[in-house]
Design a protein around this ligand. Sequence first.
Ligand SMILES: C[S@@+](CC[C@H](N)C(=O)[O-])C[C@H]1O[C@@H](n2cnc3c(N)ncnc32)[C@H](O)[C@@H]1O
Length: 381
Amino acid sequence: MSADARARLVAELREQVPGMSPALEKAFAAVPREVFLAGGFHRREGRGRVAPGDKDFLGLVYTDDALVTKKRGGVPVSSSSQPSLMATMIAALDVEPGMRVLEIGAGTGYNAALLAAMGAEVVSIDVQADVAHRAAVALEQAGVRGVTVRAGDGYEGVRGEHVDRVIVTVGVAGVSPHWLAQSRGGPIVAPVRHAGTNPVMVVRTEAGEHVAEPVCSAGFMTASGPLTAHHPWAHPDPAARGELPPLDPAGPPRWDPPLGLVAYRDLWFAAGVWHRRATFAAVPGVPFGRLALLDEHRSGGAVIEPDGRVLAGGEDAARYAGDAVALLNRWEAAGRPELTAWQGTLSLGGEPAAPIFVPVDWSAGHQTPLRRSRQPRPSGS
Ligand SMILES: C[S@@+](CC[C@H](N)C(=O)[O-])C[C@H]1O[C@@H](n2cnc3c(N)ncnc32)[C@H](O)[C@@H]1O
């Protein structure tokens, strides 16, 4: 039953994820996700948890969805990420048997188990000791060899040790210089905050310069500690539901049909490059939110709809509406650059005692090997 469900998931992932290697497919086919969710998970809609005895448990475990395993004060603080997103990130990691991989955010241990099934030796760190303990138990129960789970803040990485790859499975504002040093220049695959979301980026050192290339859009829960410290290039934090005032029409629709989710995320990424106030706004009934330009007081601004309409409100409505229309024009004039066309160079920011490298200087026109025809839905972790 579980093997059949895994086979169906693999078939779905093969459809959705560019760059799915036979080794990655074998890993998804072999590792039982349910063992890593033995403590149950929160239902997406409504209250309550799903537990192994429930009749919909296995069906949900093998759905391409992020499953929240722990909340604090109603906020998700640990989960098993969406499988298609995990597959995209592992594909971008380009892992080979025998490589040492550092994972930041052990969570359930499932991602580490997939990497181990591909022949990697994994050190996985989680800042929550109880979460790290449960991951270690699950890995043991699944009979996984080659994964060491450590409790602590992942910022430091593996002091005094060397790794070949780093994969970060929690949203960060930038990458730790320790990871760059320990991997001798990457690659590091990490969801780095940009315009209120966490697109997955590959970070590496090339000709002495640290560069970042986005792979796909994603939403991730936020890391604790210095990895999410404020820095001078940060966009505003996402606007929560109800934070924006009622908005009035301020620009006509321009696309019929509206942009699909992937193109809308392309526009969103570019808006984040070109406008310091670009961020995510939660909107009732819209699962993946809207691109917004939030004013300095967080009391208004403009929202760009997927059909190109602009809505605006608050004291500076006219200015932000104008900025939004200018962004749309610029994106069109630039030939609608895709998210994967951008490359950023990294600058040091964050806490002086624990700095992070943040992608800042973006230019378009690049081609990554993972050009996507499809991307995982940006639901993430
Ligand atoms: C989305 S979950 C990771 C999913 C996991 N890789 C899996 O396969 O289930 C994110 C995890 O990152 C952890 N985390 C948050 N901040 C961290 C930090 N600074 N260092 C290490 N782990 C952190 C959280 O405790 C949480 O368990």
